[in-house]
Design a protein around this ligand. Structure first.
Ligand SMILES: *Cc1c(COP(=O)(O)O)cnc(C)c1O
Length: 400
């Protein structure tokens, strides 16, 4: 009798889940108006081919050429940052930023546990130590109340920096990440950073076109980093950029990103160990064409979000993440939090969608759970652990 009762209970959860999943698939197909859906594809609708041909026909394909400086100038106008240094990818942008800000071996750098692995890798490339913090359920960004509490408990304020009481290491910097394009509350973060003397490197890899109080993400801290990987809102194939308004830093970063080559018309000399991190001209050519139509791209993204919002707002078992009053999101990736009635609902939803050729994704596995980061310092991370099984990213290509 008990077994039968359990079975029928399981059966009813099952059929409830199935009907939710079917409803969800119907909505996705209605909003996107096609049967097969990828998570995010690039959208080339302007001068991409023309500019690429220009690179090939003039032989300017590599790290010198008009498109690199043109791309940097366009990014500077868009973001309001005084200096832009285009790099080979976003991870190298983060790495070089940390180095040039003086992050050294054994320094700790605070960052959210829910981010792309490149954020934490860039810290390890400096032999520094990622120090993981929890996220907020509202926008999936760093939970700043928790961060404040954590630092109160963990950090000892000194004259020029803070020390982690438990590890005796310097807590040197913080790397806020504007996850999926939603801006972090930088005003609050700036006040925490100034209280604890933390340098700020913003990981704005996902937030080109996202603003907080009319100021572009990536321009609040000392340095911001962008990415133009194939899945980002603007792509150069692979690519990144460092944005800053600090003249000295910009000069140093430019130098270090071009193998620390001493300026001279023909002599080949280098004055320290630099990096070959400059963006090639063909990549920048793609980027220029993409940026020329960036306002269209942003508009498409916003429209897609509004269509999702209209269809999903009335559904009680999920929540679509939207921008708040002070911010403008680029809506790079639309994200829902599912309130599951069973433990593996998210997994089942994604599995079923994949069978239907709708390639949804969960978010990244929280970084503190990855083998190479398991022994890193961390705050309590309950929200990130809890949300890991609830986050689903929706198809978000700009042409939808
Ligand atoms: C894409 C991304 C980066 C950088 O990635 P690259 O592939 O190296 O350009 C860094 N952080 C976050 C959060 C990202 O999404």
């Amino acid at each position: 009798f008990i077994m039968n009762k359990d079975k029928s209970l399981l059966g009813s959860i099952d059929s409830e889940s199935n009907s939710r999943i079917n409803q969800f698939i119907k909505i996705l197909r209605k909003v996107c108006n096609r049967r097969e859906l990828n998570l995010h594809e690039p959208f080339f609708s302007g001068n991409e081919t023309k500019y690429l041909e220009e690179c090939v026909s003039t032989n300017f394909v590599s790290s010198v050429g008009i498109f690199v400086s043109k791309f940097e100038k366009m990014l500077s106008e868009l973001t309001g940052a005084k200096h832009v240094i285009a790099t080979v990818n976003g991870t190298s942008a983060l790495h070089l930023s940390l180095l040039c800000l003086g992050i050294r071996s054994k320094d700790e750098v605070l960052l959210p546990t829910l981010t792309f692995v490149g954020s934490a890798n860039s810290i390890r490339y400096c032999n520094a130590i990622p120090h993981f913090c929890d996220i907020s359920e509202d926008d999936l960004n760093l939970d700043l109340d928790k961060l404040r509490d954590h630092l109160k408990f963990t950090a000892e304020k000194h004259h020029v920096h803070s020390i982690n009481k438990y590890t005796n290491k310097r807590i040197a910097a913080i790397m806020p990440v504007h996850v999926f394009g939603q801006p972090v509350d930088m005003e609050t973060l700036l006040s925490i950073a100034s209280e604890y003397k933390l340098t700020i490197v913003e990981d704005a890899a996902e937030s080109l076109g996202s603003f907080l109080n009319k100021k572009h993400t990536g321009t609040f801290g000392e340095i911001g980093c962008l990415s133009f990987n194939g899945n980002k809102i603007v792509t150069t194939g692979g690519g990144g950029a460092i944005i800053t308004s600090d003249d000295m830093l910009a000069k140093q970063i430019r130098h270090m990103s071009t193998t620390a080559k001493s300026p001279h018309p023909w002599e080949l000399s280098h004055d320290e160990i630099g990096y070959n991190y400059r963006m090639p001209n063909i990549n920048a050519a793609l980027g220029c064409a993409q940026l020329e139509l960036f306002s269209n791209l942003l508009e498409n993204k916003r429209n897609l979000h509004m269509k999702y919002k209209k269809e999903l707002d009335g559904i009680p078992w999920l929540r679509l993440i939207s921008e708040n009053k002070e911010s403008i999101s680029n809506y790079w990736l639309n994200t829902v939090i599912v309130k599951n009635n069973e433990d593996c609902f998210q997994k089942r939803l994604i599995e079923t969608c994949h069978k239907e050729k709708i390639f949804l994704r969960p978010s990244w596995k929280p970084l503190h759970l990855l083998p190479m980061f398991q022994s890193c310092p961390k705050s309590e991370l309950n929200t990130a652990s809890f949300l890991q099984k609830k986050i689903v990213n929706l198809p978000s290509s700009a042409f939808l």
